[in-house]
Design a protein around this ligand. Structure first.
Ligand SMILES: NC(=O)c1ccc[n+]([C@@H]2O[C@H](COP(=O)([O-])OP(=O)(O)OC[C@H]3O[C@@H](n4cnc5c(N)ncnc54)[C@H](OP(=O)(O)O)[C@@H]3O)[C@@H](O)[C@H]2O)c1
Length: 160
């Protein structure tokens, strides 16, 4: 099972402000939807609350230390930690799983993910939540595709 981080990052590494993403780009949302559709997605409780609904066509797996407190909905499951989330995906024989944020979940998943699909937005907004610098010793750039509002970069983990 391939574990893929998907993230949209501004030029200054900002990914969030006041619990939200500080830009709106329909083209980026479309890219996110097309890429993740049909696959499980794993997110932190704050990101789930910020999205405000279950994203359709994908099993939404939400991490929380108190998953029992989250309101249950169709298409969504709340779990205690990333291991539990990944085990659900393996049980479903998922070929791919997407880690969709936020910062705390990205940080944890960067230690073991196979790939990063990073959308570099042509923006420098103010923010309070950041994506870490990508360590070129660990990750190699495999693809780069320039679009009007952003550039999509795909990194794969270097083999040891
Ligand atoms: N630009 C992008 O692509 C992008 C994508 C996603 C999010 N964002 C932004 O990122 C910000 C949110 O990031 P964040 O780091 O503050 O919050 P987050 O990662 O979305 O959620 C944090 C919460 O998730 C739960 N959690 C995380 N790791 C866990 C673990 N290992 N085990 C159990 N529970 C775990 C905890 O919930 P409990 O407190 O319930 O225990 C924790 O408080 C927002 O501004 C959002 O808009 C940006």
């Amino acid at each position: 099972m391939k574990i893929i981080i998907i993230v949209a990052v501004a030029e200054n590494n900002v990914i969030g402000k006041d619990g939200k993403i500080p830009w709106h780009s329909s083209a980026e949302l479309k890219h996110f939807k097309n890429t993740t559709m049909g696959n499980p997605i794993i997110m932190g409780r704050k990101t789930f609350e910020s999205i405000g609904k279950v994203l359709p066509g994908r099993l939404n797996i939400v991490l929380s230390h108190t998953p029992g407190k989250l309101r249950k909905s169709d298409g969504m499951v709340a779990v205690h930690n990333l291991d539990e989330a990944l085990n659900i995906c393996r049980e479903q024989n998922a070929e791919k799983v997407f880690i969709i944020g936020g910062a705390s979940v990205y940080k944890e998943a960067l230690a073991f993910a196979d790939e990063i699909i990073l959308t570099r937005m042509n923006l420098k907004p103010e923010g309070d939540t950041f994506f870490p610098e990508i360590d070129s010793g660990q990750w190699s750039l495999k693809e780069k595709e320039e679009k009007e509002e952003f550039t999509i970069e795909v990194y794969e983990r270097r083999k040891k």
